[in-house]
Design a protein around this ligand. Structure first.
Ligand SMILES: C[S@@+](CC[C@H](N)C(=O)[O-])C[C@H]1O[C@@H](n2cnc3c(N)ncnc32)[C@H](O)[C@@H]1O
Length: 285
């Protein structure tokens, strides 16, 4: 992966979410952001139906965790894990205002080294976090480790094809043309983006295969995905709302953990063993 020449270094990368935790809370939580309200939170709820033990990896200030619990999902509890102390402090503050509602348990930790035993969760959720993680292979390996067989991984990312570094709307007034430019898709690159006044955040762009393939190697199989159109509120100031309506910002993927079963050698298959094989394969579904 190539680094942005403006990359201020590892210490600053770690400090980003400590410094900007209040900006995140004020700009994207508590109903401030139409994309969270209208798309991200409802999509997560739909993907988590019937989940019982949920890990919210990169939980930030806990808005997703609170929403999942308030929706009656995660019957056996929800753990939010994040590496930023400032984000977790804001999560505790927000939870203190929940009168009598179930609250998440928060644990400070890194996605690359999750502090949980193997098979601890039947659902792991990761919303707009993986773009900020440096070692994607380590994070995905940890997700697979802490998921129980049959569990699911719900991954929400900025759309890797259409929202990568260098992508965006181009309003060419000389040619009289508006179009969507796609940046160099196959290049893995970290860019520091100025997302607001005084807020610069690193985003890792990776092609989609960098998420799907390491998970497939760990028996996490991709199920049908969602590519929602941007909410109307976000198109209000666009130079070409009709064009932007057809360009998804978000990609929602669900992976199911389907560990392969050992296959008995057919030649040595005694009648009893065949019965056993049939039993096992029907459970696999
Ligand atoms: C954009 S915020 C999203 C927060 C939350 N998922 C939400 O949707 O509201 C990204 C969060 O990911 C956390 N994060 C980034 N890389 C991480 C890593 N490697 N391990 C744990 N947390 C990480 C940051 O500290 C930050 O709180």
């Amino acid at each position: 992966m190539s680094a942005d020449p403006r990359d201020p270094g590892a210490a600053e990368r770690l400090a980003v979410w400590e410094r900007h935790a209040d900006w995140w809370r004020e700009t994207f939580t508590g109903g401030a952001d139409p994309e969270y309200e209208n798309e991200i939170l409802p999509s997560i709820a739909a993907e988590l139906s019937r989940a019982t033990r949920v890990l919210d990896l990169g939980c930030g200030e806990g808005q997703v965790a609170r929403y999942v619990l308030a929706s009656g999902l995660a019957a056996c509890g929800l753990v939010g894990c994040d590496r930023s102390a400032a984000q977790l402090a804001n999560a505790q503050l927000a939870d203190a205002q929940l009168a009598g509602s179930p609250a998440p348990v928060y644990v400070r930790g890194e996605g690359e080294r999750l502090p949980f035993a193997a098979g601890s969760f039947d659902a792991v959720l990761c919303a707009l976090v993986i773009e900020h993680a440096e070692d994607v292979d380590a994070v995905l390996g940890e997700v697979a480790r802490v998921l129980a067989p049959g569990g699911r991984f719900v991954l929400l990312v900025n759309h890797p094809l259409l929202q990568g570094s260098g992508s965006g709307i181009v309003d060419d007034r000389i040619l009289g043309e508006t179009y969507w430019r796609v940046g160099p898709y196959l290049d893995e690159v970290v860019t520091w983006e100025d997302v607001d006044a005084g807020v610069r955040i690193p985003f890792a762009h990776r092609p989609l295969s960098r998420y799907v393939n390491p998970l497939a190697e760990r028996d996490l199989v991709c199920t049908p995905m969602l590519e929602p159109a941007p909410p109307a509120e976000l198109l209000a100031g666009s130079v070409d709302p009709d064009l932007e309506r057809a360009i998804p910002r978000l990609l929602v993927m669900r992976f199911e953990h389907r560990p392969a079963l050992p296959v008995a050698p057919a030649a040595s298959c005694a009648p009893d063993a065949c019965d056993d094989q049939e039993g096992r394969s029907s459970r696999r579904g």
